[in-house]
Design a protein around this ligand. Sequence first.
Ligand SMILES: Cc1ncc(COP(=O)(O)O)c(C=O)c1O
Length: 445
Amino acid sequence: MTDNTARQLHTDLPDLESYWMPFTGNRYFKQNPRMIARAKGMYCYTHDGRKLLDSVSGLWCCNAGHCHPKIVEAIKAQAETLDYAMAFQLGHPTVFELANRLTDISPDGIDYAFFVNSGSEAVDTALKMALAYHRIRGDAARTRLIGREKGYHGVGFGGISVGGMSPNRKMFTTMLPGVDHLPHTHNLEHNAFSRGQPEWGAHLADELENVVALHDPSTIAAVIIEPIAGSAGVLLPPKGYLERIREICDKHGILLIFDEVICGFGRTGDSFGATRFDVTPDMMTTAKGLTSGTVPMGAVLASGDIYDTFMTGPEGAIEFFHGYTYSGHPLAAAAGCATLDVYQGEGLFEKARAMEDTFADALHSLRDEPNVIDVRGIGLIGAVELEGIEGQPTARAMNIFRECFDNGVIIRTTGDTLAFSPPLMISQDEIGTVVDAVRSALRNN
Ligand SMILES: Cc1ncc(COP(=O)(O)O)c(C=O)c1O
């Protein structure tokens, strides 16, 4: 089909050519456009009026559902009151309120919020904070950053350097120097079909001791990991693993950063991965659910020790030479406060926790369907891993994505894994609808 024919088939759409879409097969999409025109609650609606149950909260972000009226109202009111205030040297009240409220729901000791516009910016900001922290303390040799295989930390140069997803790295060649990686924890031989945290694999954290011995602790600034690796296919931390990583970091004076961009804001059935797994890092990177996906915003949530270390220069001097024009943007801050109101007012984190077993039962009911090699998850994040089609990696999962879409359900794929992260108020019936669509697609593919 030529471009022109594709356009003729979709005469109600604008010309699709000029938009270069992110992480998308542009040519395929423009021949086969899947357009979302509006959304409400659990549902998205295509430009031609089809209704789709959204089992991934947009892109792991609309945790309060789409277009929540209270969040929409707060954004409108803020836009009418203050569109923008200079982010450097001036402030506005809403962003201070949001910082207070975020640190209220963070683990004890995480007392400060630095605002950014995305998860990628949160990661690069946290890495820079770690380097500067050690330097201010007179430990300037601590420049190494340790990530993990299969980690996803966004697309900035810092994020792809500490990240461990090879397609996101190999196209660009240049990375930050001095980065090393821990092994990933994904192991189907030991952990297939685990519910919640797998039993096997805490010892993989001990690899950090080897990395430390190799480079010497005096050269290592920080370790960054996702409590649950989301984009690599929902990889849960083995029992005891995060605790062990925390211990080793403490032993060697290394900062621990949890990338909570997906795990935060109710996804695990708790405020954060850190609170669900009861391990407190020195910094948490957040975004997505912070505004329930409505206005771009991220935040680095940092410990008092880190903040205090920066607050030691001359009074009146800038302490951290970093920030964005849109750090703490009024619309995003208003959306963030309203989102926290909704999470708290509607008890959404508790609802997610209460639905955890129903969700896990439903996903595990797919265990004996064709090509299913693993089912895993916790809270309202889950995955079904498939045996790929020989010689065509990712094709089976994409076929299932397309069939589910055609049958009224949006799912997410990553490699040959199907991933689910529905809005936190999903009902038992809606979980049933998602799983029925996936079951039928599995049988056809
Ligand atoms: C763990 C993690 N960190 C960082 C990011 C990057 O966030 P953004 O796409 O907002 O830059 C993502 C995005 O999915 C993520 O899952």
